[in-house]
Design a protein. Structure first.
Length: 116
């Protein structure tokens, strides 16, 4: 935890992925927990979000033409929030801010949130 921010400052590209994912209720829960821990370690929020999206896609060879964006021809899942994760990573982790998801091109709306 003490070296993560130092590594980021030194230019190390950080990716998210966890060996404890099998102990979490689901892979998305494991990812959200890891992103929260990266932020807690002092990694800037834009870099935390890149670690869980663009950098991870690059690492496994799944980057699209423009990694980390939602564009025509890109392969991506998306999480729609009602709050800004750049303001506070807790907005990403706290499920009360989750409005819906886009998985394999299919939208899914979370209970309690009106469909947009």
């Amino acid at each position: 935890m003490r070296t993560l921010a130092l590594m980021h400052d030194a230019g190390v590209k950080i990716t998210a992925g966890s060996d404890v994912a099998i102990l979490m209720p689901s892979p998305p829960d494991a990812l959200l927990r890891e992103l929260h821990l990266l932020a807690k370690a002092g990694v800037p929020l834009p870099a935390v979000l890149a670690a869980g999206t663009r950098h991870s896609a690059e690492k496994i060879g799944q980057q699209a033409t423009t990694p980390g964006t939602i564009t025509v021809g890109s392969i991506a899942d998306a999480l729609l929030l009602d709050a800004d994760p750049y303001a506070d990573i807790a907005h990403l982790v706290d499920r009360s801010h989750h409005i819906g998801t886009l998985r394999a091109g299919r939208p899914s709306w979370d209970e309690g949130h009106p469909q947009a």
